[in-house]
Design a protein around this ligand. Structure first.
Ligand code: CP
Length: 307
């Protein structure tokens, strides 16, 4: 494993190895062990061309807990604003002898492009590219589900909302299918489903009540308005009436159902506050586990394994 660009094409053994490695880091983090020296002497560069709260900070914390040096490049105050190209930006940072780029970019395929152009020996981790992929988010979501539910083969999982514009949904669907999840549902209006939805190995529902029936896990997604120039959207109020997860609707799911959301959540648009903060919600656990999962991915691409 040199890069982590997408979940697509990975196999069950590798995903399980990543989750197992994350488990050992999670145990360490839960014992408040502050640092391990696995990436001492390595330099990791966070290169975020798009806004982020959870992903950038948990990548930074994960790198620091592995004893790496971390460089956060603020693109808005970098020489990119003076017209320096992406490749020139990369070449100049590479000249500082760095070992890994963690990249978020609004263009689908940006992380693959960077991975094709970095010097040999440098790893690239995709922290979200356009509407294409967000592999470490999907991995931390799988980790959260596995911790609570164990065996994926018996689970019904519903992913609800803006599937069309969501890189998270795409990566989750691949991961859930690779892990042989019993049933993967997507629940959305037709206008928010991708054209290739029939090839994704999911059951499609356009009605939320039907899609939630007896599910073990609900993953809510926000409306990605920044990627929606041409989409015909209902108002937020209409959307909430049709696709918002409320306490009443949650009762349609299995009584031990998990409620997940990759964040940022829009309360009162896709999810009721009482549900986001309620007893079924594991939304903040997802954030916590993001550190362990990113520690696992970073140490594995660097060939450094947890003892
Ligand atoms: N889930 C996620 O990618 O959140 P951020 O945009 O805050 O990183």
């Amino acid at each position: 494993l040199r890069h982590m660009l997408t979940i697509e094409g990975l196999n069950r053994e590798l995903l399980t190895e990543i989750l197992d490695t994350a488990e050992s880091f999670a145990n360490m983090n839960e014992k408040a062990v502050k640092k391990v020296p696995l990436l001492r002497g390595k330099t990791i560069v966070n290169l975020f061309f798009e806004a982020s709260t959870r992903t950038r900070t948990t990548f930074e914390l994960a790198a620091k807990r592995l004893s790496a040096d971390v460089l956060n490049v603020n693109i808005n105050t970098s020489s990119a604003v003076k017209g320096e190209s992406l490749l020139d930006t990369l070449r100049n940072i590479e000249a500082m002898n760095v070992d890994m780029f963690v990249v978020r970019h609004e263009e689908s395929g940006a992380a693959h492009f960077i991975a094709r152009h970095v010097a040999p020996g440098i790893s690239v981790l995709n922290a979200g590219d356009g509407r294409h992929a967000h592999p470490t988010q999907a991995l931390l979501d799988m980790f959260t589900i596995r911790r609570h539910k164990g065996d994926f083969t018996k689970l019904k999982v519903a992913i609800v909302g803006d599937i069309l514009h969501s890189r998270v949904a795409r990566s989750q669907i691949h991961a859930l299918n690779i892990l042989q999840t019993g049933e993967v549902r997507v629940v959305a209006p037709c206008s928010l489903l991708p054209a290739d939805v029939d090839q994704l190995g999911v059951h499609v529902y356009n009605d939320l009540d039907a899609g939630l029936k007896d599910v073990d896990v609900i993953i809510m997604l926000r409306l990605q308005r920044e990627r929606m120039e041409h989409a015909h959207l209902p108002s937020e109020h209409e959307y909430y009436q049709l696709f918002g997860l409320t306490s009443r609707r949650l009762q349609l799911a299995h009584p031990t159902c998990l409620v997940m959301h990759p964040g940022p959540a829009n309360r009162g648009v896709e999810i009721e506050s009482a549900v986001a903060d309620g007893p079924h919600s594991v939304i903040l656990e997802q954030v916590t586990y993001g550190i362990s999962v990113r520690m696992a991915v970073m140490s594995m691409v660097m060939g450094a394994h947890q003892a």
